[in-house]
Write a protein that binds this ligand. Structure first.
Ligand code: C5P
Length: 222
C-alpha cells in the first residue's frame, strides 16, 4: 500500500498551516511546513549577507544549510544548522525577503528535493505554494486554499499581535499582497491551482468546518 500525501497550497496567510496541523493531528500524519524551509534559508542568507546576484555563492551556501524539523506536537519547529529559528523566521525581515529568495531556481531545487524525500514512505500533509503542482504532482488529495485578502491580513495581524510583534495591519496587508504577487508571477513553479486540486475558500468557515470538509475528502484513501 502506498503512503498518503495531502498537498495544501494557496495564498499567504489563508490558514493552510492551521488546517494542515489539525489534519496531521487527527489522522496521525506527519506535518511538513514547506514555507518554514524557504524562510529558514532566507534567514541564513540575510544573516550572512549572501550576494543574491551570485549564483555560485548561492549554490555554495545551500550546501552549508542543514534544515531539520521537530515534528513533536505538530508545530512547525525548525532547526537551521541545529539552531531553533521557528520564531525568528516569522518576523518581518524574513517575511519581506522570502518570496524573492524563493524565486531562485537553485533554492527551489534544493528544497523540492528535501521535501520529496520526506514524503517518500510516510503519510504526510505538506503545505506551501507548489506542493500539488511540483513537489507531489501525484498526491492523492490536493487542496487549494483561498480567503478574502482583508480577512487574511486581519488574521495574521492578530497572530503577530499575540506574539508581541509591533506591526500595523496595513504593513501586513501590503506584505501579503506583495508576496502573493511574487509567488504567482515567478518563473519557477509559480503558485497556481493544480487542475485536480479541491478549492477551499475559508472566508466564512470555522476551523472545524474546514477540518471536517478536508477529512471527508481524505477518508476514501485511508
Ligand atoms: O507559507 P509561508 O507564508 O510561510 O511561506 C513563505 C514564503 O515562502 C511564500 O510567500 C513563498 O514565497 C515561499 N514558498 C514557496 N514555496 C513553498 C512554500 C513557501 O515559494 N512551497
Amino acid at each position: 500500500v502506498n503512503n498518503i500525501v495531502v498537498a495544501i497550497d494557496g495564498y499567504s496567510s489563508c490558514g493552510k498551516s492551521t488546517l494542515a496541523k489539525a489534519l496531521a493531528k487527527k489522522l496521525h500524519f506527519i506535518y511538513v511546513d514547506s514555507g518554514a524551509m524557504y524562510r529558514a534559508v532566507t534567514l541564513y542568507f540575510l544573516r550572512n549577507q549572501t550576494d543574491l546576484s551570485n549564483h555560485d555563492l548561492i549554490i555554495d551556501a545551500l550546501e552549508h544549510i542543514d534544515l531539520n524539523f521537530h515534528s513533536r506536537d505538530y508545530q512547525s519547529h525548525i532547526l537551521l544548522n541545529g539552531e531553533e529559528v521557528s520564531d525568528e523566521i516569522r518576523q518581518m525581515p524574513v517575511s519581506e525577503s522570502v518570496s524573492l529568495i524563493a524565486s531562485i531556481k537553485e533554492v527551489r531545487k534544493a528544497m523540492v528535493r528535501k521535501q520529496q524525500k520526506m514524503g517518500k514512505s510516510k503519510n504526510i500533509v505538506m503545505d506551501g505554494r507548489d506542493i500539488g503542482t511540483t513537489v507531489f504532482p501525484h498526491a492523492q488529495v490536493k487542496f487549494f486554499m483561498t480567503a478574502d485578502p482583508k480577512i487574511r491580513a486581519e488574521r495574521r495581524y492578530q497572530e503577530l499581535l499575540a506574539k508581541g510583534e509591533r506591526i500595523s495591519l496595513e504593513e501586513i496587508f501590503d506584505n501579503l499582497a506583495h508576496r502573493d504577487f511574487l509567488d504567482t508571477t515567478r518563473e519557477e513553479s509559480p503558485l497556481t491551482r493544480a487542475a485536480d486540486a479541491i478549492i477551499l475558500d475559508n472566508t466564512n468557515l470555522t476551523e472545524q468546518e474546514q477540518l471536517d470538509f478536508a477529512i471527508e475528502k481524505i477518508r476514501p484513501f485511508m
